[in-house]
Design a protein around this ligand. Structure first.
Ligand code: DSN
Length: 432
């Protein structure tokens, strides 16, 4: 066996470790996993093939893999109060793809939240599979950036979609899953809640859960849930009931009883091969951590931090879409500072504050150089930062945006960032 490390590779991993340690990670969809999650991800579980599900595999030698996957499923069912959890989707987009594959035929009418207003590519965007292989219609927000439930209801009634995706990548307000379920089920369509961004807030009691309202819940596991890059699909239903043929599915009420089988079959053998067992183990460890009392405090602090930061930025004259946040993120219109989202992202990166440019609702600019940036607090909260640090960071962000062309000012902020990061150490014992 060759054991020699590739020096270039490990040098690069160490440099990335340094970047993560010395910078403020404010991309709303990113986080830092625990060292035990890293350990599970880097384990020998990657060596094993396990096509199928626990107790029903196409390869031998899965005694322990079965127990790991069952444990993870049990944790997910307990946290999200659902009957069934599939932990095998490789990531969020494949998870959503599996839901379409399970419940729709190509060409079926589907409905979702427009990417440019805060939705996701897989919610029916025209260049994505969801907009190409299905007949997709999309809802947006009202002029102030809020979901417009009346407009959604009118669209569902008019378009009669087979399924409706709700959930967002850049929406800072509570999503009313109960109301959406009433709207969607009244027209006999499936409601799919993609809670990738807010799963950790739901688990920590800081956002209402779609469980009991949505027919299917999808989530990535690496955002507020603080696990490895992966995904889960959850639903209610009884796998022991007979599975009908997909063409017999007329509406959600009729097929609900065997949704778990539809979902499982769509993931494997429909779309994927062998599950990534090291990821399943990482998710299982993350879900174990989510069930600890500290996680509730973590979720609460994420929101407090986001609200403190939003206040600080608004006081400095920046426009926050919807004028605030209920969750872990905010969408900021940087145009009052006479710069673009792209320029803001670049200036902040020079100061070691990592964010992403983002369109804002009704953005007059292009998605490649939009008017906004998206900022989130999950990763900084994992480092232990609280309201006091958010105020300090708010000042740094404002200074960087106002001086986006002055490299000396940005260099000085970078030093301030490093000092702050040193007070909240990360992965101290790790070296590759
Ligand atoms: N890329 C993710 C995000 O940043 O929100 C969505 O898939």
């Amino acid at each position: 066996m060759i054991n020699k490390k590739d020096n270039d590779l490990f040098e690069l991993i160490n440099r990335e470790l340094g970047r993560q340690q010395d910078g403020l990670e404010m991309i709303a969809s990113e986080n830092y996993v625990s060292e035990n999650v890293l350990k599970a991800m880097g384990s020998i579980l990657t060596n094993k093939y396990s096509e199928g599900y626990p107790g029903k595999r196409y390869y031998g030698g899965n005694e322990f893999i079965d127990q790991i996957e069952n444990l993870g499923q049990d944790y997910a069912k307990n946290i999200f109060k659902v009957d069934h959890a599939n932990l095998q989707p490789y990531s969020g987009s494949p998870a959503n793809q599996a839901v379409y594959f399970a419940l729709c035929e190509p060409g079926d009418k589907v409905m979702g939240f427009n990417l440019l207003y805060g939705g996701h590519l897989t919610h029916g965007w025209k260049v994505n599979f969801s907009g190409k292989y299905y007949d997709s219609v999309q809802y947006t927000t009202d002029k102030d950036g809020f979901l417009d439930y009346d407009a959604i209801e009118a669209m569902v009634k008019k378009e009669q979609p087979k399924l409706v995706f709700v959930g967002a990548t850049a929406y800072s307000r509570i999503i009313d899953f109960e109301k959406l379920a009433q709207i969607v089920h009244a027209e006999n369509a499936f409601l799919i809640a993609d809670v990738a961004h807010i799963a950790g807030l739901i688990a920590g009691g800081m956002h209402p859960s779609p469980a009991g309202h949505a027919d299917v819940i999808t989530t990535t596991t690496h955002k507020t849930l603080r696990g490895p890059r992966g995904a889960m699909i959850m639903c209610d239903g009884d796998k022991s009931n007979p599975v009908k043929k997909p063409e017999d599915v007329i509406g959600w009420k009729e097929s609900k009883h065997n949704l778990p089988s539809y979902i499982d079959r769509a993931v494997f053998p429909g779309l994927q091969g062998g599950p990534h067992n090291q990821t399943t183990a990482g998710i299982t460890q993350a879900l174990f951590e989510v069930q600890q009392p500290e996680f509730k405090e973590y979720a609460e602090q994420i929101v407090k931090n986001a609200q403190t930061l939003a206040e600080e930025l608004m006081n400095a004259g920046l426009k926050i879409i919807t004028d605030g946040t209920d969750n872990h993120l905010m969408l900021i219109d940087v145009s009052p500072f006479k710069i673009s989202g792209s320029e803001a992202e670049t200036a902040l990166e020079k100061a070691m504050i990592t964010v992403n440019k983002n369109t804002i609702p009704f953005d007059p600019r292009s998605p490649f150089d939009p008017s906004g940036i998206r900022i989130g607090t999950p990763a900084l909260t994992s480092r232990g930062m609280k309201e006091e640090e958010m105020k300090q960071i708010g000042e740094m962000i404002v200074k960087a945006l106002k001086n986006n062309n002055d490299n000396q000012v940005l260099e000085n902020i970078k030093k301030e960032v490093k000092d702050l990061c040193d007070q909240f150490p990360l992965y101290q014992k790790i070296k590759y």
